[in-house]
Design a protein around this ligand. Structure first.
Ligand code: NAD
Length: 497
């Protein structure tokens, strides 16, 4: 068990107050206001954070504009080296950053240690390499004419992120934008700003002044002036679909590109053959069923709808629910804990309201269905038991994103019915297919309308696999080499000889 930050034996401590990071300086908010930042682990405030407004966004944009031309002209090898140094610095401080992330967000430290922070490191290294491998192109038009295509940075870009994977989401956005040669103004989520600011205190000196600026605050007060500014050349956003709609409206005023990574209601489909043998495949499938509780269910690709073929329905549910009951819940700073606290009180209340909605709609509670009250040091934290409901796809708990540890389970008769239920949603972010038959898994993988379909696995996020949404789950892709081009424009030089 890690000690609470700032107490005896702790691996790290937070400052009691964080300002904005602008032009490599901690800069107080122009209006002098701060907001309180509690830890979801016990509900108590541990630091205060700059509450920024349009004036602070302007200061950050000034710094970014000052930095962008020189940074955009650095050689790819030089930018690559900067990304590698940031990756090394994060890796050297893995434990400290992992504890900071768990304390600020409520997630289990075993995940931040094993997944979130190592993935962020790998992401930086991936783009450090991808950048050096990127090439322009030449089209030979005719004997006397040639068209050269160059990649150029966009200039200054805005980035707005959510609270579910604060550091990973920040790095997913920062790494490709920096690699492509842009200067950045980033706004973290107001629920989880502290771990990112702690990270900046460790890596800030590795970047030239003004290349990366972090401005804190609320959506409408700080996010809107950033997204609607005519001084950015792109806005990249991860968050709710309803907010994504607003971001697109703001961007349309300035005709700038958007990347939108939005919500999901991902189906996880289990075909009959999953249970034919009691072997490793069956175990993996049951693990896959329980994945809805990963990160307390606060994952955009959370497999929140499990569809199970009728021949195995009763047996599979019995085994799956048993697996869910073994999820160890408790202090996020205990390395044995598998499920921690929900990220904020608002989110806790939203999820508990869906527990009531599910019951009112007539769904059957197979396990959970209530909050978990812990005592001692953890009293006042936002804990909810992993919950499995059985119902039908028309119910609100099957159609609306709950963003918590709540699974809705339904039955299907055959392949066609599975596809029709899977695709009966506004969203199209993730999906899972489990079958020992390669042809079924492949066919379903191609037929499901989602940007990422896992077959016979779930919740892997390698940097070199493109990630993004179909339908109302978003526009554009993150990760993968393609991401560099989302942060660049193409210059064509048509030369007559
Ligand atoms: P949210 O939309 O409420 O907030 C996200 C960010 O937008 C925050 O920084 C917030 O301050 C800012 N914001 C809010 N209103 C704004 C406005 N009017 N203008 C500019 N900025 C504004 O989302 P959330 O509740 O923080 O995050 C949860 C959502 O994120 C879920 O829907 C989840 O599915 C989604 N998500 C998607 C992905 C993905 O890759 N597709 C990844 C993680 C989370």
């Amino acid at each position: 068990v890690y000690a609470n930050p700032g107490t005896d034996g702790a691996v790290m401590s937070f400052e009691s107050r964080y300002d904005n990071w602008i032009g490599n300086q901690w800069t107080p908010p122009v209006k002098g206001q701060y907001f309180e930042n509690p830890s979801p682990i016990n509900g108590r405030t541990f630091c205060e954070i700059a509450r920024s407004t349009a004036e602070d966004i302007d200061l950050a944009l000034d710094a970014a504009h000052k930095a962008a031309p020189a940074w955009g002209k650095t050689a790819p090898a030089e930018r690559s080296l900067v990304l590698l140094r940031i990756a090394d610095r994060i890796e050297e401080n893995l434990e400290k950053i992992a504890v900071a992330e768990s304390w600020d967000n409520g997630k289990a430290v075993r995940e931040t240690l094993a997944a979130d922070i190592p993935l962020a490191v790998d992401h930086l290294r991936y783009f450090a390499g991808a950048l050096r491998a990127q090439q322009g192109s030449i089209s030979e038009i005719d004997e006397d004419t040639v068209a050269y295509h160059f990649h150029e940075p966009l200039g200054v870009v805005g980035q707005i992120i959510p609270w579910n994977f604060p550091i990973l989401m920040a790095i997913w956005k920062i790494a490709p934008a920096l690699a492509a040669g842009n200067a950045i103004v980033l706004k973290p989520a107001e629920q989880t700003p502290a771990s990112i600011l702690y990270l900046i205190s460790l890596i800030g000196d590795l970047l030239p002044e003004g290349v990366l600026n972090v401005v804190n605050g609320f959506g409408v007060e700080a996010g809107k002036p950033l997204a609607s500014s005519n001084r950015i050349r792109k806005i990249a956003f991860t968050g709710e679909t309803t907010t994504g709609r607003l971001i697109m409206q703001y961007a349309s005023e300035n005709i700038i590109p958007v990347t939108l990574e939005l919500g999901g209601k991902s189906p996880n489909i289990f075909f009959d053959d999953v249970l034919i043998a009691d072997d490793g495949f069956r175990q993996r499938a049951l693990e896959g069923f329980a994945m809805f509780a990963l990160n307390q269910g606060e994952v955009c690709t959370c497999p929140s709808r499990a569809l199970i073929q009728e021949g195995i329905y009763d047996d599979f549910i019995e085994l799956g629910v048993e697996r869910v009951k073994h999820i160890k819940q408790g202090n996020p700073l205990d390395t044995e804990t598998m499920m921690g606290a929900q990220a904020s009180n608002d989110q806790f209340e939203k999820i508990t309201s869906y527990l009531s909605i599910g019951k009112e709609e007539g769904a059957e509670v197979l396990t959970g269905g209530e909050i978990l009250e812990l005592d001692g040091d953890l009293a006042g934290g936002y804990y909810i038991k992993p919950t499995v409901f059985a119902g039908s796809n028309k119910m609100r708990i099957f159609q609306e994103e709950i963003f918590g540890p709540v699974l809705s389970v339904a039955k299907f008769a055959d392949y066609n019915e599975a596809m029709s239920i899977a695709n009966d949603t506004l969203y199209g972010l993730g999906a899972g297919v489990w079958s020992r038959d390669g042809a079924t898994a492949y066919r379903a993988g191609r037929e499901i309308q989602a940007g990422r379909v896992w077959t016979n696995t779930y919740h892997d996020y390698p940097a070199h696999a493109a990630f993004g949404g179909y339908k109302q789950s978003g526009i554009g892709r993150e990760n993968h080499l393609v991401m560099l081009e989302h942060y660049q424009q193409t210059k064509n030089l048509l030369v007559g000889y």
